[in-house]
Design a protein around this ligand. Sequence first.
Ligand SMILES: NC(=O)c1ccc[n+]([C@@H]2O[C@H](COP(=O)([O-])OP(=O)(O)OC[C@H]3O[C@@H](n4cnc5c(N)ncnc54)[C@H](OP(=O)(O)O)[C@@H]3O)[C@@H](O)[C@H]2O)c1
Length: 339
Amino acid sequence: MTRPNLQWLLASRPGGEPTPANFRLVTSSVPALKDGEVLVRHHYLSLDPYMRGRMNDGKNYAAPQPLDAVMIGGTVGEVIESQHDAFRVGDTVVGAGGWQQYSIVNVSQPGLLRKVDASRVPLSAYLGAVGMPGVTAWYGLTQIIEPKAGETVTVSAASGAVGGVVGQLAKARGCRAVGIAGGRDKCDVVVREFGFDACIDYKAHKNPASLQAALAAACPNGIDGHFENVGGVVLDAVMQQANAFARIAMCGMIAGYNGEPIPMAEPRLILTQRMKVQGFIISEHLPLWPQALAELGERVARGTLKYRETVAQGIESAPEAFIGLLKGRNLGKQLVKLA
Ligand SMILES: NC(=O)c1ccc[n+]([C@@H]2O[C@H](COP(=O)([O-])OP(=O)(O)OC[C@H]3O[C@@H](n4cnc5c(N)ncnc54)[C@H](OP(=O)(O)O)[C@@H]3O)[C@@H](O)[C@H]2O)c1
C-alpha cells in the first residue's frame, strides 16, 4: 500500500517579501523503509524566521535551501514504522522533517531524531519554549547578557517564541524585564501572562524620539542587557538608553530579512558606553542544549514558563502562515498542525 505525502517545495527565490508563488505543493509516496530507518508522522511543523534567509542564494551562515527540494523545518510527531531497535512505534519525537506530512529518518546517524516525553510537556512545546527558540533565549540571556539580579533587561519581538522566554528567564534571575512588541494585544500578553514589568508597543510611536521616551520611562535605571530580535529603530532606541558596560545579544534582525536596509543610527554608543555586542547562532552551541532544555522543560512542566502559540491548520496553510510570521501576524510560536 502506498502512503501519499503532501510536501511543499521551494519553487523560486523571493526578490523581497516571499509570496505563495515561491512555493509548490506536490504529492509523493512514502517509500519502503531500509535498515536503520524510521517513518515519522508529523503532528506539528515549526515555522521560523531563519527560513527566510535560507530562501536566498547569497552569503549566510548556512547553505541555502535548494530549489525544488522540500522546505526545511523543525517537526514533532510520532514514529509509525521502525527498522531500528532504539525507536518503537508510538515514540514521540522531535526532528527536522521539513514542510511535509511524513519523513523517513536514518536514525543510525546520531542527532537527527530525539525522543521526547509528551506527558509532562505538550508535544508542540518541543518546537517552541522547550525547543530551538527556547534554547536560543536561554543561550543569549545566560551566556551573553549574563544578567545580575537588579539589572534591567530588554527584549524585542517580546511576545514571540524567543522573546517571551527571554523576559521570563530574566525575571526568574531577579531582573526587571521590559519587552518591545508590535501592538497592544501582544504587549498585554507580555505583561499579564508572561509577567514582564512593562512592554512598549513600538507601533504606537510614530517617530524615534517618542519610542525613546517610552523606553526611558519603562527603564528608569537604564538598560544593562538587551536581547535583539529585530534591528532598526527598535535597536537604536535601546542603544540610547544603554548603561555603561551594557551587553547586547544579537539574535535576529527580522526587520531586514526581506532585504530592507537597517542601518544603525549611532554606532559610536558602542564605544562611549563600552558595550559588548555579540551575535550568535544557536546550532553552533550544541553542548549547552541539554542544560538549557533541562531548565526550560522543568519550568514549562511546573507552569513557571508561559508561552503562546499561533496554530495554522493543515499542510496547505504553511506558506501563508510563514508569510504572516514575517509580517508579525503571529502571537507566540508559529506552528502548522498536520495531524
Ligand atoms: N541566532 C539564532 O540562532 C536564532 C535562533 C532562533 C531565532 N532567531 C531570531 O530570533 C528572532 C525571533 O524569532 P522567533 O522565532 O521568536 O519569531 P517570533 O518573534 O515568534 O515572530 C517574529 C516576530 O518578529 C516581529 N517582526 C516581524 N517583522 C518585523 C519587522 N519588519 N519589524 C519589527 N518586527 C518584526 C513580529 O513581532 P512584532 O509584531 O512584535 O513586531 C513577529 O511576530 C528572529 O529574528 C529570528 O531570526 C535567531
